[in-house]
Design a protein around this ligand. Sequence first.
Ligand code: COA
Length: 416
Amino acid sequence: MDDKALSGVRILDFTHVQSGPTCTQLLAWFGADVIKVERPGEGDATRGQLRDIPGVDSLYFTMLNHNKRSVTLNAKSRGGKQLLESLIKHCDVLVENFAPGAMERMGLTWERIHELNPRMIVGSVKGFGPGRYEDCKVYENVAQCAGGAASTTGFDDGPPVVSGAQIGDSGTGLHLALGIVTALYHRTRSGRGQKVLAPMQDAVLNLCRVKLRDQQRLERAHSLHEYPQYPDGKFGDAVPRAGNASGGGQPGWILRCKGWETDPNAYIYFITQAAVWPAVCKVIGEEEWITDEAYATPQARLLHLKPIFARIEQWTMSKTKFEAMEILNQYDIPCGPILSMKEIAEDPWLRQSGTVVEVEHPTRGRHLTVGNPIKLSDSPTEVTRAPLLGEHTEEVLLELGYTAGDMKALRDEGAI
Ligand code: COA
């Protein structure tokens, strides 16, 4: 039995760069047949971006397009248009993340697609939803800025900061994938496809939900007691940047560990969870803080978070981040080492779980990638390499019923 969860689902993958490819890669990992359509000759622009080996598909491309097939097709040629229409009839889902209006300029309006295949689901990433910016092109950091992430990230005395996590691109791809499988489920009852739109601004805002929570709390109380601006600093009328403060109800901060003078990642995230406050006091040698009324309750501690973390840091600086982890976990104190990408790449447990995987590629050789972070108990993911440009054009056209003669004509026309 084929145990892939999305086995039998065919995806016409008209995506490029990062947001769309993240979505279709996830669907491919769950077993969908993802047919990536690219422009003849050049393909997805990321194939040639940030190259580390001359003439070889970049890691940018190969790490975002696993488990897919690649077909080259010029959507603006006569034969290419016909082929695209065949693919629309053949597939269940079309996913695209072109600039606003590009699909329509190719003649692929929702009405036309629906006319060709009423069961087709069309998933789109756009920078913005309907409104003043709907026609704008958008990349990752623009979405982080417009979705509220940048204004709430960084330190109070510095400029807005974007995150290393690609919440605008990969975050939106995740949202879109959920929308698509939801529409597929709906189709089992309705028999109809529908449009699924995931605007990047909206996806980032969804991930910044707690900051909109804090905006409303700020408007009511004019202060946010778990923020580093409290009690000495000032609050304005918008949520400020909170440095490394925890976004939740349990105060946390990043603290230096042994070796911090030379290792930029010798730090630990330390949470003074209320439930384990006595244990925290014992570990750092401040047992009188357990009963001292200035420290005994979470409410009282909010007035003293800076000196509390400074004292805990004296302790963490005497340990490496891994030694501190070891000790703190004996007391169930929530904490986490700041791991570098080098440490993550070498982490044996992430390899074991299949989240960090080595993949063989015909032109680049072996390379490391991030596998499927979502684990299904009955449908394990096998990560296969990204396709070469147009590697499956013939194979897919044969499946669609094209003959060798048809293909020659398309080739002569420059359509494939
Ligand atoms: N055959 C023929 N033409 C093709 C083609 C194919 N197979 N594939 C793409 N094209 C054409 C498109 O039709 C479009 O032509 P047009 O402008 O004449 O209509 C053109 O290629 C370029 O597409 P576009 O999406 O405008 O690419 P871009 O490189 O200029 O912009 C983005 C890139 C990401 C800024 C833009 O696509 C965008 O804003 N996308 C939505 C938001 C998004 O996903 N952003 C995150 C990216 S990680």
